[in-house]
Design a protein around this ligand. Structure first.
Ligand code: ATP
Ligand code: MG
Length: 144
């Protein structure tokens, strides 16, 4: 298992509010290398597949509405211990609970519209990277 990579998504609120550059700057300033990145408009089917683990949750439909409300930017990030390091950088799911200086504390407007996704384990990072960068002709580069 490669523990040096994680999957991030700049969510539709980030793109819509023209915060992509600022958020990416904070990600790069924290020492992450961007190995792959593209902008995509998710279909409902693709968003539902990505968040399938939340299918039974009460907020699932709202989450899919939000994730399909405009383009988003999935990316592969590299840094030692990437999953944990990135979760620390983005902060808690609800920006009100997030630590000072984290991306969600600085930029997110609510628990639902929280700017950025980060994988929650190396296993899920592997699955999620393949979900967006597997066989689409967009292979993460080796930048080390
Ligand atoms: P993500 O998986 O997007 O990185 P997370 O791991 O911090 O976020 P999850 O529990 O996986 O949080 O929830 C996935 C997403 O669903 C959240 O980022 C948020 O956008 C939305 N969400 C989670 N809980 C709620 C809630 N109670 N109300 C509204 N939206 C929610
Ligand atoms: Mg999650």
């Amino acid at each position: 298992m490669n523990t040096n990579r994680t999957l991030a998504i700049l969510k539709p609120d980030c793109v819509r509010r023209a915060l992509s550059g600022s958020v990416l700057q904070q990600i790069e300033n924290a020492g992450f290398k961007v190995c792959a990145l593209h902008m995509v408009q998710l279909s409902r089917e693709r968003a539902e597949g990505f968040y399938a683990v939340h299918r039974e949750r009460p907020f699932f439909n709202d989450l899919i509405d939000f994730m399909t409300s405009g383009p988003c930017i999935p990316m592969v990030l590299e840094k030692p211990n990437a999953v944990e390091a990135f979760r620390t950088l983005i902060g808690a799911t609800d920006p009100q609970d997030a630590d000072e200086g984290t991306i969600r504390k600085r930029f997110a407007s609510s628990k639902a519209e929280n700017i950025v996704h980060g994988s929650d384990s190396p296993e899920n990072a592997h699955i999620e990277i393949a979900y967006f960068f597997g066989d689409h002709g967009s292979i993460p580069v080796d930048i080390s």
